[in-house]
Design a protein. Structure first.
Length: 174
């Protein structure tokens, strides 16, 4: 937390917000330094345009119900961000790497005797059964055309101390 800055956190989960309140209380944070809002990610009511230097959507977009919903959230986040500020979208699952991701998972579970065609079927099934929102980085590049206030998009690999299937197949966007 940064001194002299009001931070907002929104979450649809009362339990999540209660946890944050508990952590803030343990840190003796002043109530007006952090504002907690119980609402969905696309609910920007009462948030004035150009209110924030940064909006952070970290490790949540994969749980959004659709690209349309994500676009609504990004439109609100961008509208709420001051000129010169940024929107950070972290821990995005990569569509171009989806098959490689599921291949990695299945290979880690497979025994040496598993026939290659059966392995391929397992991978195809996992890809077909995927329920989370998986995005091509090109989606974020295209935002510049859809939202003229977006002047620059930077796609970065997910950084982590340990390389595993949760980090090798994800990226960050600024």
């Amino acid at each position: 937390l940064f001194p002299y800055t009001t931070l907002f956190r929104s979450d649809f989960s009362p339990a999540s917000l209660a946890y944050v309140r508990q952590q803030l209380a343990a840190l003796d944070r002043i109530d007006d330094e952090v504002v907690l809002l119980e609402r969905n990610a696309d609910d920007f009511r009462d948030i004035e345009p150009d209110s924030f230097d940064a909006v952070i959507l970290n490790s949540v977009v994969q749980y959004f119900p659709s690209v349309t919903y994500l676009l609504r959230v990004l439109e609100g986040a961008i509208r709420a961000t001051r000129s010169g500020g940024f929107v950070f979208v972290g821990d995005v699952r990569s569509l171009p790497l989806l098959e490689a991701f599921h291949t990695s998972v299945e290979l880690a579970k497979a025994c040496d005797a598993l026939p290659i065609e059966e392995l391929r079927q397992l991978i195809r099934k996992r890809v077909a059964d995927e329920e989370e929102l998986i995005l091509d980085p090109a989606f974020f590049e295209a935002l510049k055309e859809h939202l003229p206030q977006v002047s620059h998009v930077e796609i970065l690999p997910k950084r982590a101390r340990l390389l595993n299937e949760m980090t090798r197949f994800r990226y960050q966007v600024i």
